[in-house]
Design a binder for this molecule. Structure first.
Ligand code: BGC
Length: 516
């Protein structure tokens, strides 16, 4: 069917975590040639696009979200030639390719930071947020880091603090400096010139683009410690949009990026990962005229899962702000939260025997919402979260900081399995892999499941084939009559050619569709 929407307005996007997808050279770590080898598996599923988490040169302190060269490939993942082969094959299979750009911070081993930290007067002196201590020697503001502790670290060479909203090894770039912005536009051009169709822009709300002096964050008057340890961090006791995050100056970045994307042919897409004290307002601000095309909606990703009524509220609230537009992207899973097959099973009070049917229902639901949706690798197999990784084998710095109270993000990042009977489930021929392969995943190995008639993969592939022929789902972005009860969720999708009633029953785990 020929749609008048741009590709990204209704795309089903498959997210790949490259370290854990497929290892082609037997070192226990996934790589780009490994992705190329599995592209037919992704194309056969019937998705429209791929988003690959960072594969740039990086010391891997935050597994690629700490970049030391934005225009080269991390040696464990391959070479630029491997990237060119991968993108060529992706396009031949009719898929779009999105990559993950990390503009807010780089690695402390990036040459920009290595130079900047040496003195107060070198050519890169002003590329990061360097601030003098308070008269008593303490940090300039009360800002805290997402991963625990202060957002400021002392640099003895400069006798100053630098800002990092995540790890101390991820210094925040100073986007108040026009040279930093220009460098990031050059990064965008480098990858657009190589043919990428769009970017997922990492943690854009954590870009700091204001010049010092910085104000303190205000206390969050409605802070209630959440049930989960990661929700009890002091970080959540503050209101961040009062000073640290989401200041209006960030939009200089989104406007520069949009201008760059618009200077290329072929609907290059910019999707921002944004968050804030008022997430809806932040998403609207980032997608205002001349800024990003869409933002990533976090609200279906709740750490402890959502009841049907909560899902309905999330959808209704997002739709209130974005109906009739494709300027948002929903997701039930990604590389930062426990896998939805486990999270949602608990939240919906279902039995483990229902896990696959429930996951299929979630996949269908998100593919019927307005805008785009991101499916995380393994969701098409209903892979459960992996909670038995021995502490000494954990890799995620956030989990290592909190374990055993909170296991961090390794639980959703274990290697994909491809063939139950192969060593390491077919992920790698190495003696050991960077995170252990989960035994609980072997019965749902990707290539095995793609061949099995009754698998979640096959049913979802059939569903995506059907979806492509429904004008209300792929030719318009209008949704209405969101309703249902404790166990059911329903809505109507409308285009000029069709009104489609979509009904999801979380008791019988059936999705039904009726043309009105
Ligand atoms: C990414 C995380 C990463 C963080 C810092 C995000 O939101 O999704 O995986 O740790 O940004 O870059």
């Amino acid at each position: 069917m020929v749609s008048t929407l741009k590709w990204w307005e209704s795309a089903v996007i498959y997210q790949i975590y490259p370290r854990s997808f497929n290892d082609s050279n037997g070192d226990g770590i996934g790589d780009l040639p490994g992705i190329t080898e599995r592209l037919p598996y992704i194309a056969d599923l019937g998705v429209d696009a791929i988003w690959i988490s960072p594969f740039f040169k990086s010391p891997q302190r935050d597994f690629g979200y700490d970049v030391s060269d934005y225009c080269d490939i991390h040696p464990e993942y391959g070479t630029l030639a491997d990237f060119d082969t991968m993108i060529k094959r992706t396009h031949e299979l009719g898929l779009k390719l999105m990559i993950d750009i990390v503009p807010a911070h780089c690695s402390d081993q990036h040459p920009w930071f290595e130079e900047s930290r040496q003195s107060r007067d070198n050519p890169k002196a002003d590329w990061f947020h360097w601030v003098d201590p308070k008269p008593d020697g303490s940090a300039p503001t009360n800002w805290l880091s997402f991963f625990g502790g202060r957002a400021w670290t002392w640099e003895p060479r400069r006798q100053q603090y630098y800002l990092h909203n995540f790890l101390a090894q991820q210094p925040n770039l100073n986007h108040a400096n026009p040279a930093v912005q220009a460098a990031f536009v050059d990064v965008a051009k480098f990858w657009f010139d190589r043919g990428v169709d769009g970017f997922r822009l990492d943690a854009v709300h954590t870009i700091n683009a204001d010049a010092a002096p910085y104000a303190d964050n205000l206390a969050n008057p409605s802070f209630v410690p959440g049930a989960l340890p990661q929700q009890q961090q002091p970080f959540f006791r503050q209101l961040h949009d009062s000073a640290q995050l989401n200041q209006p100056s960030i939009q200089r970045f989104s406007e520069a990026y949009r201008q760059c994307a618009d200077s290329y042919e072929g609907d290059r897409f910019l999707m921002g990962e944004v968050h804030g004290d008022d997430a809806r307002k932040v998403s609207q601000t980032f997608t205002a005229e001349g800024r990003l095309h869409a933002t990533y909606n976090f609200n279906l990703l709740a750490w402890d899962g959502l009841s049907v009524s909560e899902m309905r509220s999330v959808i209704s609230e997002a739709v209130e702000a974005f109906n009739d537009s494709g300027r948002l992207c929903f997701a039930f899973s990604n590389h930062d939260v426990p896998r939805s097959a486990t999270r949602q099973l608990g939240a919906l009070g279902l039995d483990p025997s229902q896990q696959q049917a429930m996951q299929l229902l979630l996949l269908k639901l998100e593919s019927c919402l307005i805008g785009s949706t991101c499916i995380y690798q393994g969701e098409e197999l209903a892979l459960p979260d992996v909670r038995d990784i021995p502490v000494e084998q954990m890799q995620d710095p956030w989990g290592i900081e909190f374990a055993p109270a909170f296991l961090g993000r390794d639980t959703c990042r274990t290697p994909m399995v491809w063939r139950a009977a192969a060593p390491n489930g077919g992920f790698s021929s190495a003696a050991s892999t960077w995170l252990p392969v989960a035994k609980s995943h072997l019965a749902r190995a990707g290539l095995d499941e793609a061949e099995r008639a009754d698998s979640v993969y096959r049913h979802f592939a059939d569903f995506l084939g059907w979806r492509k022929s429904q004008p209300a789902l792929v030719s318009a972005n209008s949704i209405t009559n969101i309703g249902g009860d404790e166990h059911t969720l329903s809505f109507e999708r409308i285009s000029d050619a069709q009104t489609l009633r979509c009904h999801f029953n979380f008791k019988t785990l059936a999705a039904t569709f009726e043309e009105l």
